[in-house]
Design a protein. Structure first.
Length: 255
């Protein structure tokens, strides 16, 4: 039987330092995980979507986790990396209403643990100097943050990976229960399938004239909130078909 940790994917988005990639591989293995994904890493991949070639520094810092490092999947862009994942979770130290739901890591990982029992979950870590861009945050159902001191709030990339992986391991012992936990769900559809639903909903809302013509700001805000709402827990295949069916009925009535 597949272990829930095999469903967790640590995704480093455009990491700049190869040493951080190696140290992240070690951190992941320390906590019993094995899936490392790299989006546009500093070292060119040998094959698209395949294994990467790493520097001596990366291999040295990986220590006894060379198996995790060598099996890391590399991608040219984020959309390819998360295409087959059901839930996308971002990590951030920057807060704001535009960034959607943000919870402390200790609470947020309980939801990841519950969903990860039956579904693939991607946890995104941004660039060392700039974090995740707004368009990357928009792909996330919710965000988790690691509380830090005000004088030095920024964590090293590998340190952040280790803390999240540690909190996830703790969630297993707690059974995922507690404040902030998202209930265990049956198998849910992947990000690619949900993305097509968002496009359908957007077109349907325009047909209903719910969004005034030309009001791009309102349209973007509505779709952002829908993405955060659905992305926090995902959709089962039945729920996905139901929503597509509702859109179909609306289209028939209007036409």
């Amino acid at each position: 039987m597949k272990h829930w940790k095999d469903n967790i994917y640590f995704v480093l988005v455009e990491p700049k330092e190869s040493g951080n990639i190696g140290a992240s591989a070690r951190a992941i293995k320390n906590m019993g995980f094995k899936n490392l994904c790299l989006v546009n890493p500093p070292i060119p991949p040998l094959v698209k979507g395949g294994k990467g070639r790493f520097s001596d520094e990366a291999r040295w810092l990986a220590c006894n986790a060379l198996d995790v490092l060598n099996s890391a999947e590399t991608y040219d862009n984020l959309k390819d990396a998360i295409r087959d994942k059901s839930i996308i979770v971002g990590t951030t130290r920057r807060k704001g209403r535009r960034r959607g739901v943000i919870t402390p890591a200790e609470q947020g990982v309980k939801g990841i643990f519950n969903i990860g029992r039956n579904n693939k979950v991607a946890i995104l870590f941004g660039r060392e100097d700039r974090g995740l861009f707004n368009e990357e945050v928009e792909e996330c159902g919710f965000l988790i943050t690691i509380p830090t001191g005000k004088e030095q709030p920024s964590l090293n990339l590998a340190q952040a990976v280790l803390i999240v992986a540690y909190e996830l391991s703790k969630a297993e012992y707690a059974g995922g229960k507690g404040q902030g936990a998202i209930g265990e769900r049956q198998e849910i559809v992947n990000h690619k399938e949900i993305a097509s639903l968002y496009e359908r909903i957007s077109k349907t809302l325009k047909l209903l004239e719910y969004i005034p013509k030309g009001d791009r700001n309102l349209e973007k805000k509505i779709m952002q909130n829908l993405k955060h709402f659905i992305g926090r827990a995902g959709l089962t295949d039945w729920e996905l078909k139901m929503l597509h069916g509702i859109c179909s009925q609306i289209e028939k009535r209007i036409k």
